[in-house]
Design a protein around this ligand. Structure first.
Ligand code: SF4
Length: 347
């Protein structure tokens, strides 16, 4: 639900600086021997200036705006399927009531420019950049933008030390925010952002096939069985109706990363692999016949979408990794212009 902005206290500001410093140390590339890297570093910096031509302040403004919009507004493709789901539910049922609350929440958050949900989730950045891009510098600017967005109330103070339970107050720390860089053969920098809630993250699952109890073998039918098992187990949790991102294969780590990246796809796209396109369609149709419904209240919409990809695996392993996204499916993206301004929104 929409929440009020919280001003950041002095102590939190101090902590911000401290944690930012620590986080940069943790995430920056390890320095290589000075002699070997002197020239390439100069070259990379020059290229970076060319690629990201505006000032750091301009870039920070663009990134903070990306965070604000992602936190407060659902992308059009997601809103469309939510409205379709509302239409589909029978009138005067708890399912229709739940979908109406979700719709009112979406409208209110957009109008007030406030977070769609009190849990602003794990902050996941995906940066697509040309060759010669300065990742360390960009990482620092992302971290600064996250601190600023937290200060403005676009993000909840949501990052906790796993050992001490201490909240950094600024959403920085080891692994936070999560930043994934992808080099590509293009001239511009594109930044995608996903805010993934904790409740839906908790119902993600990973299966190792064959799975005897479910009668799931190492084939697409086995994959279908374990996905439906995960949907069944998630009922009443994870704030459905949800969207599944799935990876078949890979190792355990790569599988989960890829399953999350599937959630960056538009809901209205079609998988280029026919067998996976068919699987995606079948999973949504079958899940929506289970009667679980919005928030587990019963009804016709359990899933809003399902996106599947496959990675190569070892002959000895066959993992199916499932990331579950709640109705508050917050993802956005921007393409930066040569002055670091937002040139284009990607969703
Ligand atoms: S799972 Fe999603 S909708 Fe539910 S509390 Fe978390 S972020 Fe909010």
């Amino acid at each position: 639900m929409a929440m009020k902005k919280k001003p950041m206290k002095k102590a939190a500001k101090k902590a911000a600086k401290k944690v930012a410093k620590k986080a940069v140390k943790t995430t920056a590339k390890k320095p290589v021997a000075k002699k070997a890297v002197k020239k390439p570093i100069k070259k990379a910096t020059a290229k970076t200036t060319k690629i990201v031509g505006g000032s750091d302040a301009d870039l920070k403004t663009s990134l903070v705006e990306l965070i604000r919009v992602t936190s407060a507004e659902l992308p059009d493709d997601v809103q469309k399927v939510i409205l379709e789901a509302l239409e589909r539910e029978e009138k005067n049922t708890t399912a229709e009531y739940a979908m109406n609350i979700i719709k009112a929440n979406i409208d209110l958050a957009k109008k007030k420019s406030q977070p769609l949900c009190q849990d602003t989730g794990t902050v996941l950045f995906y940066v697509y950049h040309p060759v010669g891009f300065n990742q360390s510098k960009f990482t620092k600017l992302i971290q600064d933008s996250v601190v600023e967005a937290t200060k403005k109330g676009y993000l909840r103070q949501n990052s906790v030390d796993s050992l001490t339970g201490e909240n950094s107050g600024v959403n920085l720390g080891p692994g936070h925010p999560s930043i994934h860089f992808h080099e590509y053969n293009g001239a511009s920098v594109k930044v995608k952002l996903m805010l993934k809630g904790g409740g839906c993250e908790n119902v993600g699952a990973q299966y190792s096939l064959p799975h005897t109890a479910l009668g799931a073998g190492r084939d697409l039918d086995g994959v279908r069985k374990v996905i439906l098992d995960a949907v069944h187990k998630a009922q009443g949790k994870g704030c459905g109706p949800g969207v599944l991102g799935i990876c078949i294969g890979g190792d355990r780590g790569a599988g989960y990363i890829e399953s999350k990246e599937q959630l960056l796809r538009r809901l209205d796209d079609t998988n280029s692999v026919p067998s996976l396109a068919e699987l995606e369609k079948e999973i949504v149709e079958t899940s929506n016949k289970l009667g679980i419904g919005p928030m587990g209240f019963g009804g016709k919409t359990t899933l809003l979408g399902c996106k599947v990809s496959a990675l190569n695996r070892l002959p000895a392993s066959f993992f199916v990794s499932i990331s579950y996204m709640c109705w508050a499916y917050r993802r956005q993206g921007i393409e930066l212009g040569d002055k670091n301004q937002i040139k284009k929104w990607l969703y």
